[in-house]
Ligand binder design. Structure first.
Ligand code: C5P
Length: 223
């Protein structure tokens, strides 16, 4: 399409699954492929936005025509996102951010022993929660990947994190979610509206999310 409805806007997208180092060769990770976030970055670029993609490791080729910041851990993502935030209009947080990281990163590869290995984990900063506290003009879009109570959990996160929209994603559905090229999501808004989208390719889900962003009342207040 020829829509340039994001021209003049800066869109920050996070994507991929963070990795929390255990030792020089091991990490705690998750099943995020990065496909949803990369599709959003690409869609925003096509609609004329200046795009910043803060990406955790993925198997995908890096997109062209966007500013790419590669990070590994949740802490690194936190720092990159906060640094960019003042110059951003719209944030879409599609990354799967680890909730915990090891308290200590061993400087040497941990050796195998007969006994149990106990890893002590500490909570990571919640990036979106922090953005919600700091937000001024910015529009914040979050994702909620859930295995139960999809809409109730999504709504709670939207309120808690002061979001303008949350994309609720049932990750128990085998055709969709992690790794798939397709996704089935429900968009949830602060006024209580919900919009259930059909099963669609992630590229089309990305377009539909941006369609809703440009229709938000707060979008017209961006300069
Ligand atoms: O992990 P949770 O289900 O709360 O994630 C909901 C939203 O918050 C997602 O958009 C995710 O990217 C974001 N998040 C974050 N920082 C975290 C955890 C989640 O920005 N530490």
């Amino acid at each position: 399409t020829g829509r340039r409805d994001l021209a003049g806007k800066t869109v920050l997208v996070t994507a991929g699954g963070t990795r929390e180092a255990i030792d020089p060769v091991r990490y705690l990770g998750n099943r995020s492929s990065g496909k949803m976030g990369y599709a959003i970055a690409e869609a925003a670029r096509m609609r004329g936005a200046d795009v910043i993609l803060v990406t955790a490791p993925t198997a995908l080729p890096l997109p062209t025509g966007v500013e790419v910041i590669q990070v590994e851990s949740a802490r690194e993502m936190f720092e990159a996102v906060l640094k960019c935030f003042p110059r951003v209009d719209i944030v879409v947080k599609a990354a799967a951010v680890a909730d915990y990281s090891p308290v200590r990163k061993s400087s040497q590869k941990i050796k195998k022993t007969k006994g149990a290995l106990i890893l002590e984990l500490t909570p990571n900063p919640d990036i979106l929660l922090e953005l919600g506290r700091r937000k001024e003009k910015q529009i914040l879009v979050g994702f909620a990947a859930e295995t139960e109570e999809l809409l109730a959990n999504a709504e709670r996160k939207m309120k808690e994190k002061n979001l303008d929209m949350i994309v609720a994603n049932d990750v128990t559905c085998p055709e969709t979610g992690f790794g798939s090229d397709f996704n089935k999501v429900t968009l949830v808004f602060p006024d209580g509206r919900t919009k259930e989208l059909p099963l669609l390719p992630k590229k089309q889900v990305a377009m539909r999310i941006l369609d809703e962003v440009v229709m938000l009342p707060r979008f017209s207040e961006l300069k």
